[in-house]
Ligand binder design. Structure first.
Ligand SMILES: [Zn+2]
Length: 261
């Protein structure tokens, strides 16, 4: 229960945004769409060594909405799109370290591929099928949530189609998993006030964006910022060293949003 008399010190909470995890670097793929397995394992172990505790969206909700305490250094791990690469390349270390994580599914493309990226010339990458999704949920750490029916640009749709994409993905995933969904993820981070209203009316309590930043105490539950974690070589002229670059992303105050007093 909330205890408003207890003073709380809110430190911004990083929600990490991953896409795919692959065995090795793929130069033909946008670096924004994956990390290597070795980098991912290092990042998860490094967070643990750094004293971070991965939490669930329910815990984040309880903190933001009800004033519940969070662990000293909380972090959330999210994966967009539901790539099959997670099964072999992310699941082992997540299970070993007992890290809860959230995967956002494109409901009509489960068991297919990232067809929405075809026009951009990216290689097609397999998405998890329902058997794999149910296996990962049965591990007790993965939660699958919604990312529209077709990976739509929601801000460009008429209201009817917007409802179909948002409520439609919720209905399809809830029917398969037999539980209520809680969190929505805007494809491309594209949304506006009308889209946010549809997300709320469709029954989601929280939604994540691609806005760069860590979650502040007064952030809207349907406007949660994230920190994109993408492929950075172990040594790079642009990024320096991959490890320090990761930590700089997690802990820095790089946040383009205005400070609201
Ligand atoms: Zn996506």
């Amino acid at each position: 229960m909330a205890n408003s008399s207890r003073p709380r010190i809110w430190k911004p909470v990083p929600i990490l945004m991953y896409h795919n995890v692959l065995p090795r670097a793929v130069p033909s793929l946008s670096k924004h769409l994956y990390v290597t397995r070795a980098a991912f394992e290092w990042q998860m172990r490094s967070l643990r060594r750094g004293g971070y505790t991965a939490i669930s969206f329910s815990q984040l909700y309880a903190a933001l909405h009800d004033g519940e305490e969070l662990p000293k250094k909380p972090v959330l791990i999210t994966f967009d799109d539901g790539y099959k690469g997670l099964v072999e390349n992310a699941r082992p270390v997540l299970n070993e370290l007992a890290v809860p994580y959230t995967v956002f599914l494109v409901s009509s493309l489960v068991g297919r591929s990232n067809e929405w990226d075809r026009d951009l010339g990216y290689p097609e990458l397999a998405l998890m099928d329902w058997d794999e999704i149910q296996t990962l949920e049965a591990d007790g750490l993965a939660k699958f949530e919604a990312h529209t029916v077709t990976h739509a640009h929601l801000d460009q749709l008429n209201p009817r189609d917007c409802v179909d994409e948002i409520a439609g993905s919720r209905d399809a995933i809830e029917a398969k998993l037999g539980r209520k969904l809680d969190v929505f993820c805007y494809p491309y981070g594209h949304y506006n006030d009308a889209v946010r209203d549809v997300v709320r009316e469709s029954g989601f309590r929280m939604a994540v964006t691609t806005t760069m930043g860590r979650v502040r105490e007064n952030d809207g539950l349907l406007d949660l910022p994230r920190i994109s974690i993408y492929h950075v070589p172990a040594v790079s002229l642009t990024y320096g060293l991959g490890g320090p670059n990761f930590w700089w992303r997690v802990v820095s105050n790089k946040d383009k949003r205005p400070v609201i007093a």
